[in-house]
Design a protein around this ligand. Structure first.
Ligand code: ACO
Length: 355
């Protein structure tokens, strides 16, 4: 049987840090409210010249370098995002060009904050079917460009970032052990960018009414997310034939520390098995799970043979859970643990890239 193993991983966080105190200068909020309600202390904000493509490329180049794979050997690039460069064309195509992945197919996938798990499951299926051997899966967002910076109920929650994994076909045991994907369109209005699509095409009126910005019914989403994260976790475990006790590390979508803590309490999951980095990045939507996975590996929390359960919940509503068996040697990362992110490092040059 062909398994889809993670052989490379990387992430990118823009160097500009926006703290809760910085936000308090924009809207009527404060550090204490944000930290106690969400666990967020700061978030990264993309520079004006950064794009969804450029951030993806930074994360993807590290993933390819860790695996030692020439981009020309990539068969497919999947970009999970709800903040693409353009409505048309797909961001994955400009990412593939910028990487030099000249033989790769590419498409974008939109499932809001659950997008990476949907893309991961899709990429794994292409490998399991035998159609492809090398698939790059990226979760990336520049949510800061879709935030209403006058709306304190949303602008404090989100941040920008990118995470990437390289999936390679192998006969070795490991990779995806069980998965569950979920959607419920009754949540359509609960997290929404109301204009810019076919329902409300862009117009002067929609721009003036800030309808191209994210709106969210926070407490409704909170209740649904808390329940559904648990259900998606259980469904993925059932699919893998495993129980909570079989999992070595839990990597939850970083939307709200209280949601993560609630799922921990529900299943009795200790802190040392729960990776959390929301304080540094806020909710980076489709980038959240891969960024957390990369940092969990970099901080020595994940070892070969470990079972990792990733769970996400997002707009739509959508949700997903995936149990994987980690097989790669974490020491294959380019930099020392904790330094393998691009935080604070100069942005990689995209000279010559088709972006
Ligand atoms: N600073 C200070 N006060 C605030 C702020 C703020 N930034 N935001 C809201 N408040 C006020 C409200 O106005 C309200 O005041 P009132 O009682 O006088 O009306 C009070 O704080 C409580 O507001 P709630 O919305 O009830 O606060 P809650 O405890 O529910 O926390 C939060 C809000 C953090 C947004 C929470 O509901 C949440 O995390 N929701 C889930 C978000 C999520 O999981 N998203 C994932 C998907 S996102 C995606 O897919 C793109």
């Amino acid at each position: 049987m062909t398994n889809a193993l993670i052989t490379g991983w990387g992430m990118y966080a823009p160097s500009r840090v926006m703290t809760n105190d910085d936000l308090a200068e924009l809207v009527d909020t404060n550090d204490e409210w944000i930290v106690t309600r969400t666990g967020i202390r700061e978030r990264r904000i993309a520079a004006d010249d950064e794009t969804t493509t450029s951030m993806s490329v930074n994360a993807a180049r590290d993933a390819l370098a860790v695996a030692g794979l020439d981009p020309a050997e990539l068969d497919l690039v999947i970009v999970a995002t709800c903040t693409p460069d353009y409505p048309l064309p797909a961001t994955s195509v400009t990412v593939a060009s910028a990487l030099g992945a000249r033989h790769a197919a590419g498409f974008d996938l939109q499932a809001a904050c659950s997008g990476f798990l949907y893309a991961y499951a899709t990429g794994s299926s292409f490998l399991a079917s035998g159609m492809y051997r090398n698939v790059l899966v990226i979760g990336v967002e520049i949510l800061s460009r879709f935030l209403d910076w006058t709306d304190r109920s949303t602008c404090v929650l989100f941040g920008d970032g990118a995470g990437a994994v390289l999936l390679q076909a192998s006969d070795q045991h490991g990779g995806l052990l069980g998965v569950d994907l979920f959607s419920d369109g009754t949540g359509c209005e609960a997290i929404i960018v109301p204009a810019g699509g076919t329902v409300r095409p862009a117009s002067v009126e929609t721009v003036e009414a800030r309808q191209h910005k994210i709106r969210m019914l926070g407490s409704e989403v909170y209740k649904y997310a808390t329940r559904q994260m648990g259900e998606s976790a259980l469904a993925a475990l059932r699919n893998a034939g495993l129980t909570v006790d079989d999992i070595d590390q839990f990597v939850f979508h970083q939307a709200n520390l209280r949601i993560i803590n609630s799922v921990q309490r529900q299943f009795g999951i200790p802190d040392d098995k729960t990776f959390v980095n929301i304080a540094k990045y806020g909710n980076t939507s489709a980038a959240s799970v891969p960024m957390a996975l990369v940092e969990a590996v970099g901080s020595g929390r994940v070892h070969p043979g470990d079972r990792v359960l990733m769970v996400a919940f997002g707009g739509g509503y959508t949700a997903g859970g995936a149990v994987i068996e980690w097989t790669a040697d974490p020491a294959r990362a380019l930099l020392a643990p904790g330094e393998q992110t691009r935080m604070g490092r100069p942005q990689q040059s995209l000279a010559g890239a088709a972006v």
